[in-house]
Design a protein around this ligand. Structure first.
Ligand code: S3P
Length: 441
């Protein structure tokens, strides 16, 4: 099977309802929490993608039994101290920054050194952001070039609680420290710039000793050592970051309407909705519910008629951090110049995404001006490519979101596209192209 997708035709109109796989952040967290629980935890609608399978493999390496049957998964936890630390243990986080960073927080008391490795993309990413604060607990690290994977972590039996100021708005850093604090006597205090709060909500749902004071720009989190975690049966709501590609595809298509069912609409994740609404896209939430502390809803979106440019408020950045590539496609079709700032973190993702945004938009014939943390996009409401414009997307470190953004661009704006490394979608959204085919029918 060729690992390349060729698109030469825009998508026609569609009026449909779709279901998206489970949320990736929640799926990985469910695996990690359940691996520490007493007894059997069951998940339904767990995302069955490479990132989550890597999390399952990681806890198995730590001696935890897991059974997977379709998208129903059982984890047989042996309690908070139930991991078995073998000699020369090597954990492979593959492509997953979330797994790599979060699991380090759980390994802080390992009596044996553990090696953490990742794929080519993950091995380029910054791990000092977690090894620095974790070192303050008394853990020792050895990182390649002082910064990257592979790394070696040597745990400590005398962990000390820390005070940590998380300034990036990174949920991965915050969560890693919460996990380490769960293993540490005393009170760890985190002042965290706002970011997705799934870890905190799960701690609360599980009645773990955590307290959270929510201020306007940051949260003050206090965590004490955890003695016991109850098993966690969880029906994972679907992923808003995966839905984002379909929200934008619908907004950019003519006469179309889409309902996306049962999506996790945690307020710390819906930056894309706020941004697109400000740009004039009509989106509504239906059937809103609360489930184990998380909000969920069906999302209805219709084709947008007049898209407005945006000067995007930076406080929306963290809640839309994985969606900017596809949001930029909407800005490409807006009337006027859109401006996005303080987005240096985008170049720290699976690929340097701000750079890829520029490449994709330039391919579309859209003018951009970028710095290392901003992008200005000169929108064109009549953007429409003819077949003479050949666009090849490759060598993007297999960043799943570069692939899916390119597919949405091809189906929305036309042109003759060859998009390489189709298998990149396996990290987060294996049936992405099947849903595209369903909308084409
Ligand atoms: C995630 C946090 C974000 C996000 C990633 C998933 C998480 O990363 O980009 O896809 O599940 O905690 P940062 O915390 O590094 O911003």
């Amino acid at each position: 099977m060729p690992n390349i997708v060729k698109i030469e035709k825009k998508i026609g109109d569609f009026q449909k309802s779709i279901t998206i796989p489970g949320d990736k952040s929640l799926s990985i967290r469910w695996v990690l929490f359940s691996s520490l629980a007493n007894g059997t935890s069951t998940a339904k609608n767990l995302l069955m993608s490479e990132d989550v399978l890597a999390a399952i493999k990681a806890v198995k390496k730590l001696g935890i039994k897991v059974s997977v049957n379709n998208n129903k998964c059982k984890i047989f936890g042996k309690g908070i101290d139930g991991y078995k630390y073998k000699k020369n243990l090597r954990i492979d986080a593959q492509n997953s920054g979330t797994l790599g960073r979060l699991i380090l927080g759980l390994l802080v008391n390992s009596p044996e050194p553990i090696y953490l490795v990742g794929d080519k993309s993950l091995s380029k990413r910054d791990f000092r952001r977690v090894s620095d604060p974790l070192s303050k607990f008394g853990v020792k690290f050895k990182l390649r070039n002082n910064n990257c994977l592979p790394l070696k972590i040597s745990g400590s039996s005398k962990l000390k609680p820390i005070k940590y100021n998380e300034k990036r708005g990174s949920a991965q850093c915050k969560s890693s420290i919460i996990f380490a604090a769960m293993r540490t006597d005393g009170i760890t205090t985190i002042k965290a710039k706002k970011s997705r709060n799934h870890t905190e909500l799960l701690c609360k749902h599980l009645k773990l000793p955590i307290s959270i004071k929510s201020k306007k720009k940051f949260d003050e989190i206090k965590i004490k050592k955890v003695k016991k975690i109850n098993s966690l049966n969880y029906e994972i709501p679907s992923d808003i970051s995966s839905s984002a590609f379909f929200i934008v595809l619908t907004a950019l298509s003519f006469n179309s309407q889409l309902i996306i069912k049962n999506i996790n609409v945690n307020p710390s994740r819906i930056g894309i909705i706020t941004i697109l609404k400000k740009m004039g896209v009509k989106i509504i939430f239906k059937n809103q519910k609360t489930y184990k502390g998380e909000k969920k809803a069906d999302i209805k979106v219709v084709s947008a008629k007049n898209i407005k440019a945006i000067n995007c408020p930076t406080e929306l950045n963290s809640g839309a951090i994985d969606e900017f590539l596809v949001i930029f496609l909407v800005a490409a079709k807006a009337k006027g110049v859109s401006y996005f700032k303080n987005l240096g973190e985008l170049n720290q993702k699976e690929s340097p995404r701000l750079e890829w945004a520029k490449k994709i938009l330039t391919n579309l014939g859209v003018k951009t001006i970028t710095t290392n943390d901003t992008i200005k996009i000169y929108g064109n409401p009549d953007l429409n490519l003819d077949l003479k414009r050949k666009i090849i997307i490759k060598n993007y470190l297999k960043d799943h979101r570069v692939f899916m953004t390119s597919v949405v661009a091809a189906l929305s704006f036309g042109g003759k596209w060859n998009i390489h490394d189709k298998d990149s979608i396996n990290t987060s959204f294996p049936n992405f192209l099947k849903i595209i085919d369903y909308l084409k029918k």
